[in-house]
Design a protein around this ligand. Structure first.
Ligand SMILES: Cc1ncc(COP(=O)(O)O)c(C=O)c1O
Length: 374
């Protein structure tokens, strides 16, 4: 195809990818039971739902199409995607680099699980990915290291240059994994930029209704799949049939939802930037933002998240109480606009730091509500 179709076209096509149009999905909760074992004992497809099942295949083919991946594997949450991929692709004596400014539970997993299993863990900031520090770590590690980048980072919304990082990793024989949760494949395509693996939480904008947890691992090259499959099978970190069905059903509207979320986020960021009650507004899609130069080179949309500062902790709660459209919640990417005071979770941010996730409300209504509350 000479041009990339629009994102809503991609989403609608992706969920129609597998099977005949109109063929029913597999919502059944009785998942382990109904598979009949054929007499050909070499046939190991769909013998047991933790290994393979038709519902996963439909969702996985849609996600692979959206991520421009050779294949995708679904798991029970975004954290499962990250832990399955890291466990599958490293072993004792190996080196793993995780972002020091990314999702905090990934650092917990690295220090509480990987390090005690003999894996050397390095935490690098977004700046250190580009200032020679990553190069130094990889030179010392030798081939086979894993590098996890998160861009835009949660909650700082800083960007890692994925083309440069992929080139650096490949020169050193390292594998680059990118957490594509905040951008989604509708905002950036890490595998097209040179990454080897995408890990992501589909709990956020992709499923978009804040009603399920799911994650996926998508690979540029099938060589990495057997290790991921083995890890999912043996760890049992699987996605249940109902969530599988619901995620697949939700993907078809992800293009529409994400377009509105991103348009709202840009409008909100622009409004907040000139608002006297607010300081430190960050949005990678703002031309004045420090993350913009890299974001504009590698992203097509800049995501639903905007961050800003109010003077105190109490101001954050006063602001949320005063709005009509903002729900206090820690997840993001849903149809409702939500706000989270990140210091609550121990992120290294000021007490009045707010991470706002813009929903799909009408832009003018959202702007008026936020302005009135501030
Ligand atoms: C960037 C990022 N990666 C991964 C996760 C984990 O996703 P889940 O909650 O689906 O396990 C999150 C959760 O907020 C996240 O923000």
């Amino acid at each position: 195809m000479s041009r990339l179709p629009g994102d809503s076209t991609r989403c609608v096509k992706a969920v129609a990818h597998e099977g005949l149009p109109g063929s029913p999905l597999q919502p059944g909760p009785v998942f382990a039971a109904p598979y009949l074992l054929g007499e050909d004992e070499r046939d190991d497809v769909d013998t047991y739902a933790r290994a393979s099942n038709p519902g996963w295949r439909a969702l996985e083919s849609a996600l692979a199409a959206l991520e421009h991946a050779s294949a995708a594997r679904v798991v029970g949450s975004g954290m499962s995607a990250i832990t399955v991929a890291l466990r599958a692709l490293t072993s004792p004596g190996g080196t793993v680099v995780v972002p020091s400014e990314g999702y905090y539970q990934v650092r917990m997993f690295a220090t509480e699980y990987l390090a005690p299993h003999g894996i050397e863990v390095h935490e690098l900031s977004v700046a250190e990915f580009g200032d020679g520090s990553l190069q130094q770590v990889l030179d010392a590690a030798g081939p086979g290291a894993l590098v996890l980048a998160e861009t835009p980072s949660n909650p700082g919304l800083d960007t890692v240059d994925l083309r440069e990082t992929a080139a650096l990793c490949h020169r050193a024989g390292a594998v680059l994994l990118v957490d594509n949760t905040t951008a989604t494949p509708l905002g950036q395509l890490p595998l097209d930029l040179g990454a080897d693996v995408v890990v992501a939480s589909g709990t956020k904008s992709l499923s978009g209704h804040s009603d399920l947890l799911f994650g996926y691992v998508a690979v540029a090259n099938d060589d990495l799949l057997p290790a991921v499959d083995r890890e999912r099978l043996l760890s049992g970190t699987v996605l249940g049939p109902f969530e599988t069905w619901l995620a697949h059903r939700s993907l078809g509207t992800a293009g529409l939802r994400f377009e509105r979320q991103c348009a709202n986020a840009l409008a909100v960021a622009e409004m907040l930037r000139s608002h006297p009650a607010v300081s430190g507004v960050r949005y990678p899609g703002l031309e004045t933002d420090p993350a913009y130069a890299v974001a504009a080179r590698q992203m097509r949309r800049y995501g639903p998240l905007v961050t800003f500062r109010l003077p105190t902790r109490d101001d954050v709660y006063r602001f949320v109480r005063a709005t009509e459209l903002v729900t206090p919640a820690t997840s993001f990417g849903g149809i409702h606009t939500t706000a989270d005071r990140r210091a609550r979770w121990g992120d290294a941010v000021p007490e009045g730091f707010v991470r706002l996730s813009c929903g799909i409300e009408d832009t003018d209504d959202l702007l008026a509500d936020l302005d009135a509350a501030l």
